[in-house]
Write a protein that binds this ligand. Sequence first.
Ligand code: 13P
Length: 254
Amino acid sequence: MAKTIVAGNWKMNLTISEAQKMVADLVSLGPCPEDVTGILIPNFVALKTVADEIKGTSYKLGAQNMSSEDQGAFTGEISWDMLTDVGASYCIIGHSERRTIYLENNSQIEKKLKKALASGITPILCVGESQEKREAGEAKKRVEGQIHRATLGLKEEDVKKIIIAYEPLWAIGTGAAASPEDAEDMCKTIREWIRKGFGDEVADQLSILYGGSVKPENIQSFLEKEDINGALVGGASLKAKDFYALCQEVSHEN
Ligand code: 13P
């Protein structure tokens, strides 16, 4: 069965002291429900602070990006062993802001994904279409292309370790989330592509997240859908009480 995941992508927000306070507040509100994987994804310089603050809790740590190289002359990059060393076990790969603002292409994303898998870091592969592509009726074609390229040549046991996040660009940071029906339609299609390529076992246990203007008030409407197993949350993950509420909302413990 697919795991329920709430991942908070802080993007370029929160200084070290703000991050420390956010996580201390979060931990003081209570534990992450046992049936939910709650992942905090701060900026690089706050990783160590967050790692220290979540020690002894069940919250997990992730990074927003990583290099496809091991080490060396790659100014401004962060390697897998630096992430592992600081305690990050997840990494976002191919976020749309990396694709559109920093022109990361499918080939770079494919390399990063393979490096994450080879180094034991769980990749959160982001895919999604622009408004333009959606209006042109090409949303599925675009997302299928992104998934196809990223998973090229991978074996079933590799794909089993990937989390896929469907984040339509037009829903990110706009306050206008996709409708749960549209999000489900894409997430179901993603699961069927994975089924076709890698079989039932991989498809059935794949966690597919929806991302784009998710908040405590609407997260349940997405998680109610059969093929949406969690959320990748930006803005609403920055405040302790909101992130706590997001994790509580999707738990079956309550
Ligand atoms: P928002 O939740 O702020 O729309 O951001 C979504 C996102 O890009 C998470 O990776």
